[in-house]
Design a protein around this ligand. Structure first.
Ligand code: 5GP
Ligand code: MG
Length: 175
């Protein structure tokens, strides 16, 4: 399938995603039962993953949607400018940050460093995808859907220059 100038091939199916997301929800539910977790959802990429994930969380929780920009085209800029839209008090809360993909991890590290300033009780990270070979962060990504190699992927929230976010499955760039 062609998106703008690039050719993509099927990679992770809708069913594989569904199964994995439900597994993660079940684990998070067990770990955060009655801990009043606050999910911090990183827009835009995490919107579909977060929607499916939180629907299956079976303990009371809050959701907060924030925005961080760090990517241009197919290359990470790896720098967090600012967190936009965090209106909740997060001190003494158990935070679970939800993102679509951890590549270098520098975006997530920047978000964690910012949140840490407000003394939350704990910070955990949930990401649908993780590229361990590119990772430069200091945190441990605890709830990971799929570990993938350093290929550029789109779909299920992830875009290529604004396109492909709405796709049900994940595609990777054709070699
Ligand atoms: P990092 O700071 O971890 O290098 O990059 C994090 C952000 O870069 C992700 O939240 C995502 O928006 C974007 N990103 C990293 N790798 C990919 C990829 O393979 N495809 C797409 N579409 N975005 C990516
Ligand atoms: Mg992102």
């Amino acid at each position: 399938m062609k998106i703008l100038d690039l050719e993509f091939v099927p990679y992770i199916s809708q069913t594989q995603i569904q199964v994995k997301v439900n597994e993660l929800s079940a684990r998070i539910t067990v770990d955060f039962k009655d801990k009043d977790p606050l999910f911090i959802i990183l827009l835009n990429g995490a919107f579909l993953f977060a929607a499916d994930l939180v629907k299956e969380i079976a303990t009371p929780c809050n959701l907060s949607f924030i925005k961080v920009a760090s990517y241009s085209g197919t290359e990470s800029r790896g720098k967090v400018d600012k967190l936009i839209g965090l209106n909740e008090k997060i001190n003494n809360r158990n935070l679970i940050i939800i993102d679509d993909i951890i590549d270098t991890g520098l975006t997530m590290q920047g978000v964690i460093d910012e949140l840490q300033k407000q003394n939350p009780a704990s910070i955990s990270v949930a990401s649908l995808l993780y590229k361990p070979d590119a990772f430069l962060g200091k945190f441990t990504p605890k709830y990971i859907g799929f570990e993938i190699p350093n290929d550029f992927v789109v779909g299920y929230g992830l875009d290529y220059n604004g396109y492909g976010r709405n796709l049900k499955e994940i595609l990777k760039i054709k070699e």
